[in-house]
Each structure stands twice: as C-alpha cells, then as structure tokens.
Design a protein around this ligand. Structure first.
Ligand code: S3P
Length: 451
C-alpha cells in the first residue's frame, strides 16, 4: 500500500489542513479500532461528580476540547478534578448547592452542552453571580431555549438579544418547579431543567415532542436523584432535594464518533472495520437504523451493559447503499450523525430525503448549508431544504478544497467523503476534530494502513 494515502499538513500555527488522497485504484479500509469516550456522558460525569458528595471516578473520559471546557468551568467553581490525561479521572464533589461564585467569566468554549446544562445549576444557586460565555460559534447559538424555561422557574438571567445569546450573567435564585412542554426534542434543554430541578423543592417535569438522549436520566438516578420517566407521555420528572453521591462512571465509546467509520466502512468498497466498545443506548442508535434502511451491513456483537449504559462492538462491511427518507422521531436519535449520513447518501443509489432536522442550522455551524455547499464542491448533488436536504446519490466525487467552518463533525464527515473521492481533498480548519475526536487522524491512518 502506498504511504501517501493520507497526509496531514499544518499550514499555520492556528489551523491545520487535512489532505486526503486515495490511490486511483481505491483503498479498502480495514481494522479493529476503538473510538474515544462518549462526549455527552463525559460532560455529565464531570458535572454530576462536581455536585455530589464524595468522589466520582471516571474511566474512559473523552479528552476532547469540549469536556476540557466543562472541567475548567467546574474547577473554577470549586470542584477538584484530577488531571484529565490519566486513565482514571477523579472528581472530588463539593455537594449540591455548593458551587462557588467564580472569580472570572466561565468559558464553555465551543460546547453547547457545557453552557446549557451548566445554566440549570447556576440559576439555582441563590445569591451567587456567574457570567458565562463561549467561542464565536457558541456566542451565536440560541440560549433562549434554556433561558426561557429557567425564567419561568424564577431564574434571573441577562444577556444580549434579551438573554438569547451568550455572554450571559446569572444571579442564582431559589427556583420554583414547573411542568415544561418543550417545543423541541433537546437533551440539552431537558438536562438543563433536570439540573435546575435538583435544587428546587417539588416536582419539575419536562415533556418532549420526541425522545432525546437519556444519559442525564440514567446518570442522575445512579447518583441518587429522585427521578421518574414516563415513556408514554415522553416526560421526565425530578423531585428536588435528594443528595447525590459520587459514583464510578465507565464511559463507552461515542457512537457519534463511530458513525464516521460506520459510513466509511459502508461506502469504501472492500472495507471491513470492527469498532469495539461503542455505546448503543437506544436513544442514540438512529445512525445504525438509518444506515440499515440504506442497506448497510452492520452487526452488533458482544452486546452488554456497562455501568448502566448498553455497549456493543460494531462490525461494518462495505455494501452498496440505496437512498431512504430520514425524518420524524428518528431525527433526535441521530441528530449529530446527519452530516456523515449525508455523505453515505451521496454514494447511495437514488434519492435520500432528510427532513424535520431544522435543528442542524443552529449546531456548531449551519450543518445543512455547510454540508450541502462543501459536498457539492466535490461534485455531489444536494439541494437544501429549510429543515434538511435532498440528496441525489450515485455521482462519483472528485477531491476539492473544502472548509470545516470550525465544526468538528463537518471536518470528519468531509474526510470520510474524501476517502471515496477521486484525487486530492484538502480540508481547511481540520483541527476542529479535536473538539470531540482528538485521535481521528491517527485512526484514519490506521484504517487506511498508512501508519
Ligand atoms: C447533546 C445533545 C444534542 C447534541 C449535542 C449533545 C447532549 O443537542 O446535538 O451534540 O449531550 O445533551 P440538543 O440538545 O441541542 O439536541
């Protein structure tokens, strides 16, 4: 195999170009790999650890930029969190309601989960003042989805555009419980309100239009919160006042990171990849179902439950895909995987429709516009819909110069497309991958057999 299949160049000190050039004969991807820890579970383990009594031990924490932002914020509020670059991260909890007023602005970086979940805790710490911000992407993302229900609970929050945009200032209050009917299926909204409800006397209930990821519910229960779920009404209720106790959290591999290999292994002819130790919580497995609808060959092996979360090894073998419609209740269960599913659709025969996914427009970038424009530069046929994309598959792609828009999932999705394109693709701003998958390029080289 040629040694120049995948090369990475650093063009400046601030941004990286990822250059991918498969040989004209193509390259079958092979390997047995692991993906980094689940981002959603990593954030929650750090946060719940910080507000519990006693020590929380976290195995397999994601060492990406986003959980680092969470750790920094909670350290600034008094939690003792050991060096993240170790096998076992220890969080010495300070107890519920004990977060200290930080001496400086809390910076959530690029992480919507950090900022939105944290707001629920800050708003319910009476008498303490917190200011929170993020990078330019996060400062442009809507915060009113959490600010409004928190204000209904009695929260005092100020910020730009009527407290819709960070930076935000929060003066903690004693909140009152509400029953919130969320207009969107969002685990960040749900989790923010559950965390606010932890410190609020009485029952706080959140009802969602479709079920979103339930990692908060699972972990809150394990830490001792009084929480009930009603799947029929898609509601979750927390009763305030319980004491949380530190736990051992074993973080499974992130299915959102595995998704890049599920698609790459499906579309690149001759490939077979085994991805070990992947979280397969049913609120997250929409990507496997969507790929199955497209005819993909993916099997779940060695299924087990680890620390309250279902886990499996995923085996993918290349197979011709066909278009499908991805919509409705499936969308929240694969929301972060839509960019890479768009890549699968480009290589599938027929048309794929993705709809009911307007949420993509307010992610780390506008993932509808960005994916359509960047893949179209490579020769794809994608039309934007207000709430998704229409993708006419089956046209071969040609390498091109493309932009990540500083969005981790865009970077990695374009890299997957490049593996099956003719010629050289240069992805500008590829350092964004480190937000959720710092070892992406190393694994890319591994499956290409170039390291
Ligand atoms: C997340 C929830 C989702 C997801 C994000 C992580 C979480 O966001 O897109 O990457 O950990 O709760 P929304 O709640 O905005 O859908």
């Amino acid at each position: 195999m040629s040694a120049t299949l995948v090369t990475v160049e650093t063009t400046t000190q601030l941004t990286d170009d990822l250059i991918i050039q498969p040989p004209t004969s193509g390259i079958a991807l092979q390997g047995q790999i692991e993906v980094p820890g689940d981002k959603s579970i990593s954030h929650r383990a750090l946060m719940l650890g910080a507000i519990s009594q006693g020590e929380t031990q976290i195995q397999g924490l994601l060492l990406g930029e986003d959980p680092r932002s969470t750790a920094e914020c909670f350290r600034a509020m008094g939690a003792e969190i050991s060096d993240l670059n170790t096998q076992l991260v220890r969080v010495k909890g300070i107890g519920l309601g004990q977060l200290k007023e930080p001496v400086d602005i809390l910076n959530a970086g690029n992480s919507g989960t950090t900022l939105r979940l944290m707001l629920g805790l800050l708003a319910s710490h009476p008498g303490r003042l917190f200011t929170v911000t993020g990078d330019s992407s996060l400062r442009s993302r809507p915060m009113s989805r959490v600010v409004k229900p928190l204000q209904q609970m009695g929260a005092h929050i100020w910020g730009r555009a009527g407290a819709a945009l960070a930076p935000l200032a929060v003066l903690g209050q004693t909140l009152k419980p509400i029953h919130y009917q969320s207009p969107i299926a969002s685990a960040q909204v749900k989790s923010c309100l559950l965390l606010a409800g932890l410190m609020t006397e009485g029952k706080t209930t959140i009802t969602e239009p479709s079920v979103s990821r339930d990692h908060s519910e699972r972990m809150l229960k394990a830490f001792g919160a009084q929480l009930t779920t009603d799947p029929d009404s898609k509601s979750v209720t927390i009763t305030g006042g319980a004491t949380l106790h530190g736990q051992t959290v074993i973080v499974p591999g992130d299915i959102s990171s595995a998704a890049f290999w599920l698609v790459a292994g499906s579309i690149v002819p001759g490939s077979e990849i085994l991805i070990e130790n992947v979280g397969v919580n049913p609120t997250r497995t929409g990507v496997i179902e969507a790929l199955a609808m497209m005819g993909a060959d993916i099997t779940l092996e060695n299924q087990r439950v680890v620390a309250g979360e279902p886990v499996a090894d995923l085996r993918v073998r290349a197979r011709a895909l066909h278009g499908c419609t991805i919509s409705g209740d499936l969308i929240p269960r694969l929301i972060d995987e839509i960019p890479v599913l768009a890549v699968a659709a480009v290589f599938a025969s027929g048309t794929t429709i993705i709809k009911d996914a307007e949420e993509l427009r307010v992610k780390e970038s506008d993932r509808i516009t960005v994916m359509a424009n960047q893949l179209n530069k490579m020769g794809a046929k994608i039309s934007e819909l207000t709430d998704g994309m229409e993708i006419t598959g089956g046209t071969p792609l040609t390498g091109a110069e493309v932009e990540s828009y500083s969005d981790h999932r865009i970077t990695m999705s374009l890299a997957v497309a490049a593996l099956n394109a003719q010629g050289k693709t240069t992805i500008h701003g590829a350092e964004a991958a480190a937000i959720s998958y710092p070892t992406f390029v190393a694994t890319l080289k591994q499956v290409c057999g170039t390291n």
